[in-house]
Structure formats: structure tokens, C-alpha cells
Design a protein around this ligand. Sequence first.
Ligand SMILES: NC(=O)c1ccc[n+]([C@@H]2O[C@H](COP(=O)([O-])OP(=O)(O)OC[C@H]3O[C@@H](n4cnc5c(N)ncnc54)[C@H](OP(=O)(O)O)[C@@H]3O)[C@@H](O)[C@H]2O)c1
Length: 276
Amino acid sequence: MKTVVFGPGYLGHRLAAALPDAVLVPGDISDAAFVREALAAHEAVAVVNAAGKTGRPNVDWCETHQRETYRSNVIGPLVLAEACEARGAYMLHVGSGCVFYGPSPSPGGWREDDFANPISYYSRTKYAADLALAPLAHVGVARLRMPLDGAPNPRNLITKLSRYPFVIDVENSVTVVDDFVAVAGELVQRRAQGVFHVTNPGVMRHRDLLAAYRAHVDAAHAAEFIAADQLTARGLASAARSNCILASDRLAALGIAMPPIEVALPRLMAEYARRA
Ligand SMILES: NC(=O)c1ccc[n+]([C@@H]2O[C@H](COP(=O)([O-])OP(=O)(O)OC[C@H]3O[C@@H](n4cnc5c(N)ncnc54)[C@H](OP(=O)(O)O)[C@@H]3O)[C@@H](O)[C@H]2O)c1
């Protein structure tokens, strides 16, 4: 009786290592026969879907690889949801807050049921899956934003920002990976249905992250700050990037709290400095 984690990447490995009775299963989630057999072989009672095309070196890849992207980010999650429903298993899908671009329609940040305004192909596919999955009785969608943690990794926001010569001067909701994994475990245990915004309370400016980086990791670090619209205007990215602040009302309603980012950041940076 297992939780089967799909998607052997940055988050999939972390989730599989931390969730109780979890197994990380490689294989194509858009292949219905493979999925059915994998769930049966592991007697799955729950599935966590951390599989998806995120693009290498970044999401711009998805603009030019649309078929691969929609197969993994839209068809795959629906195949998993059908297979889970057939055997009465719960599914937690890893979604993204990058479906929202810019200021929220009401104060306090984008809410779980606000209609999103995705621009990039990657974020369109993430939202397409959310729209189809969110109403299903056996599915939860955990949206995170800009994951960061104490271990250097090309997918860790600290590593990403510290390597860019030009950094956009914006503020965002962000997610500490360890906290995300803990919340995912709670959602699986409760078979929580619908969309959840899994972000640490508070807002983080890229500037503040890099100031903490200089304080803890590398005093000589330097970057030039640019306006958000300069990212595509200067040809540094081809698809517009999401910057947004999320409200997490539905987690709060379940009584699930995450540490504020202003508390978590210095601790993460100290750990990052030790491991860099
Ligand atoms: N990291 C972030 O900034 C972030 C933020 C919000 C949400 N998310 C979401 O979190 C999930 C995991 O992201 P991540 O950061 O762990 O990305 P990642 O490191 O790229 O991991 C994704 C994994 O899924 C695999 N995959 C792709 N298509 C698949 C398919 N059809 N069947 C099975 N596996 C497939 C990838 O393999 P290949 O490399 O071979 O394609 C990769 O191993 C994604 O859905 C992503 O959209 C990520």
C-alpha cells in the first residue's frame, strides 16, 4: 500500500524521500497502460504527480517543444487522474503559481479560485491541467512558486538568481521546498480536494534574496537589477515570466501553516553557505 510518486526530478526526488511509504517510479505518465500497471504493482493508495516538462535550460524550451510539453503537463496528469479514480486512489498534482501574471484582482494576492492569466506556453499547460483536475473529487492540486532550499541546485531559486548577471527587480510569493514537502504529506494524508496555494507567508523581492546571499554565502556577489519588462525586451528570455503574490486561504482553512519567508530565508542561506 504505497504512495507512488511520478517525475524523477528536483521535486519528485524530495517528495519520494520524505513521504511515508512512498516510491518514486520512473516512466511516462501519458502512457495509460504503464500507469495502470505501476499503480497495481505498488498497490497505490495515493499518487503524487511531480512529472512535467519544465524546460531545459528554462521554460523557454516549452515554447518550441509544445507537443512534448502538453503531453506531459496536460495529457499525463489526466491519464493519472483516470487511473487513480479507477482504483479509488487519491492524487496530488504538483501545480504552479506561475499561472498568474501581475497584480491580483483583489487585495491580499491571487486566490485559489481566481481565474488565471497565463502567458507562456508552459504556464498555459499548467493551468489547463488545473482547470480539468481541480473539480475532481479524488484530486488535490498543490501550487507552489519559485522553490528554494538550502542545497545548491540549478532548480533552486537561490542558485538561479545568484548566477544571473541581470536580475529583475520584482517581488513574489515563494516556496521553501522542505515546507512544500511537509504540506504535500498533509494533503495526501487528508485526501484534500481542490487547489491549494503552497507558499510561505510573506513576500520576497529578488533583491532581498541576493542581499541575504551576499551576507551569508558570497560577499563579492554582484548583479545588475533591471525592470521586469527588460527581460524579454533585452532578449534575456523569449517568454514573459510570471511574477505574482498568492493568498493561501484554503491551506489556512485546513489549519495548515507554513513558516514566514522572512524567518525561513536566513536559515536557508546559512545552510546553503555550508553546502555550497
Ligand atoms: N521547479 C519549479 O520552479 C516549479 C515551480 C512550480 C511548479 N513546478 C512543477 O513541479 C513539477 C516538478 O518540477 P521540478 O522542478 O521537479 O522539475 P524537473 O526537475 O524538471 O522534474 C520533472 C521530472 O518530470 C519528468 N517528466 C517529464 N515528462 C514526463 C512524463 N511524461 N512522464 C514522466 N515523467 C516526466 C522529467 O523528465 P525529463 O527531464 O526527462 O523530461 C523530470 O524528471 C512540475 O510539474 C512543475 O511544473 C515546478
